[in-house]
Design a protein around this ligand. Structure first.
Ligand code: HEC
Ligand code: HEC
Length: 170
């Protein structure tokens, strides 16, 4: 019995050795024939062009614009997009339950469709008083809850340098 086991082991070892020998066969192709693999600098791996081994200070971006009333509206980037906020917003944020200062100036349904003068706040449009999910045909007097957190869709502007240039054209 022992002898048989030993022989079996020897066979297995032989086969394994054979495999190893096969793998170790020298590569026949010369260096010139191998495809050139260019390496990537670690500073080119991410959008932030720093070495991945560094922990750079975050770039601080501040919200730009003047006080409400002193700015030109920027207009929506495409039809149906929420227009960006052209003015400062720090003193109106955060928006809380029962404390939404954006409404103080923009919540005026009587001004919807009325001509505006420079410095007038654009009234919140009728779409924001319409429950598009449950009652899409009725324009109400109450702002719909889904529109309450304005900055979820309307973005204030920053002086940040984009990590990737945007080539979008209107
Ligand atoms: C003190 C009044 C006031 C407050 C408070 C205020 N706004 Fe304004 N908003 C304005 C005025 C006035 C304009 C017109 C641009 C200007 O002159 O600054 C404007 C413009 C805008 C526009 C651009 C509208 C368009 O037609 O393109 C958006 C969007 C906006 N505000 C959103 C907000 C949000 C969101 C808040 C709360 C974080 C807010 N505003 C708070 C007065 C105000
Ligand atoms: C769920 C996203 C969303 C939220 C939240 C939201 N808006 Fe809008 N808003 C839009 C979109 C999209 C438009 C452009 C299409 C339209 O008029 O409905 C718009 C348009 C506007 C306009 C321009 C109206 C015009 O006549 O040009 C104003 C002003 C405005 N919103 C103010 C606000 C204020 C203030 C709040 C918070 C009380 C708010 N929005 C919350 C998406 C949103």
């Amino acid at each position: 019995m022992k002898l048989i086991k030993l022989m079996a082991l020897a066979t297995v070892a032989g086969v394994l050795q054979g495999c190893g020998a096969q793998q170790q066969q020298p590569q026949m192709s010369s260096v010139e024939e191998q495809p050139q693999i260019s390496s990537i600098e670690d500073s080119e791996l991410g959008l932030d062009k720093n070495s991945v081994f560094e922990t750079p200070e975050p770039i601080v971006a501040t919200i730009t614009g003047g006080e409400p009333g002193d700015n030109e509206n920027l207009g929506a980037y495409f039809e149906g997009a929420p227009p960006p906020i052209p003015h400062l917003v720090e003193e109106f944020l955060p928006i809380r339950i029962g404390d939404n200062q954006c409404l103080d100036c923009h919540d005026d349904t009587s001004m919807i469709g009325q001509p505006l003068e420079a410095g007038d706040p654009t009234p919140i449009p009728a779409t924001h008083y319409t429950d598009l999910r449950r009652n899409p045909q009725d324009v109400t007097e109450e702002l719909i809850g889904a529109r309450y957190v304005c900055v979820q869709c309307h973005a204030p502007q920053h002086d940040a340098t984009p990590l990737v240039q945007n080539t979008y054209q209107q």
